[in-house]
Design a binder for this molecule. Structure first.
Ligand code: PLP
Length: 368
């Protein structure tokens, strides 16, 4: 649609539409017709393909990214009495997964320019109770992995990278998930490899992978022999079949999203963008956030929504949320600043250049 057609028939630009084509539909139907629709051989195949693509020894596929975080924490033996440092600026799942295993989430502020937390900030939050650090690749952009690995080693801490948004991301020439420490990914509908829901844990450690597999399946080894605590975090082969098809298109999605990000950066006026450090060599742009003037944000969002454009705020400050407010003391000024100024604009596998250009036009009209 050109500008005139946009005006006649209002263009709808969802926040993050998935790209479900014939191959995804065919793969899902094949599983439905196969007689085995829970976790099985298709998930096993997906685990191998993911590990091959990421460049790690094992991928343990589960029903979502939150379960992957909980599984990783349990498998590392983290529980009551332990503190886990997480960024304040994250999706609430990072924080809730720590609460779910009975440990205490400790917030660390983020860098105002990259939106990611840093080893220097996290270091200041370490106490004698700290057992793990869980940095988040915000929008899929890698954190300083070398810095976090060093910090974890020096302080004898577990490093779990919340890479829920970072499938397809690269750091210093290697894929996220291939650095040996535990990383987790999500295959939620808005992610680059969308399965509706889904998640995985990547590791190079055979015993750790085995532990995770047991935790995800009631602690079972073999049939009905329970060797550890566990729950049902199994995915279905229907979702795995869809994710396998999406994985084949991952490089294409990274490329198209980078194209969209370039259009946004070139065209959006009076907006601040996430800064990309030189160690990042692939940014998958799972989400695309811009900082605007605090006082103008509501009006810009209103105008975008009225024009059929989906938006999100990723994310509200967790220490100001109804349930979480009593859990955290202290202030996290950069998180608060980003949370109060960010608008997440449409970014998704099924969007087009014309969609993004339309968003730019409406955004600029609203943000004069
Ligand atoms: C940073 C982060 N961590 C964890 C999760 C949880 O993943 P899921 O929604 O698959 O449970 C998400 C998902 O959106 C996320 O963005």
């Amino acid at each position: 649609m050109d500008q005139k057609t946009d005006q006649k028939m209002q263009r709808q630009v969802p926040w993050s539409p998935p790209d479900m084509g014939e191959s995804e539909k065919k793969a899902a139907i094949e599983v439905i017709n196969s007689g085995w629709i829970t976790q099985g051989k298709i998930t096993e195949a997906l685990e191998k393909e993911l590990a091959g693509k990421i460049g790690c020894k094992h991928c343990v596929v589960v029903n979502n990214g939150t379960s992957a975080l909980i599984t990783a924490l349990l498998a590392h033996g983290i529980g009551p009495g332990d503190e886990v440092i997480v960024p304040a600026l994250t999706f609430i799942a990072t924080i809730n997964s720590v609460i779910a295993v009975g440990a205490k989430p400790v917030l660390a502020d983020s860098d105002i320019e990259t939106f990611n937390t840093t080893p220097e900030i996290v270091k200041q939050r370490i106490t004698e109770k700290t057992k793990a650090i869980m940095p988040v690749d915000v929008a899929g952009m890698p954190v300083d992995i070398d810095g976090f690995k060093k910090l974890a080693e020096e302080n004898n801490l577990v490093l779990i990278e919340d890479a829920a948004e970072a499938i397809g991301a690269g750091y210093k020439g290697r894929n996220i998930g291939s650095f040996g420490h535990t990383s987790i990914f999500s295959f939620h509908m808005a992610k680059l490899c969308a399965g509706g829901e889904g998640g995985c844990i990547s590791t190079d450690d055979d015993a750790f992978a085995e532990k995770c597999r047991m935790i995800c399946n009631h602690g079972m080894k073999g049939r009905y022999e329970y060797l550890s605590f566990g729950l049902n975090f199994r995915i279905t082969d229907i979702q795995s079949a869809i994710i396998r098809e999406q994985l084949k298109k991952l490089d294409h999605y990274v490329k198209s999203r980078n194209g969209f990000a370039d259009i946004y950066k070139k065209n959006l006026k009076n907006a601040v963008f996430q800064k990309i450090p030189s160690y990042v060599d692939a940014h998958p742009w799972m989400i695309f956030g811009v900082l605007v003037d605090k006082d103008k944000r509501d009006a810009i969002i209103k105008k975008l929504n009225e024009n059929g454009i989906g938006t999100r705020i990723c994310w509200p400050a967790p220490h100001k949320q109804g349930y979480h407010t009593g859990l955290f003391s202290g202030s996290y000024p950069n998180c608060e600043e980003i949370s109060s100024r960010i608008i997440n604009l449409p970014m998704g596998n099924a969007l087009t250049v014309a969609d993004i250009e339309y968003v730019c036009r409406i955004f600029n009209e609203a943000n004069r």
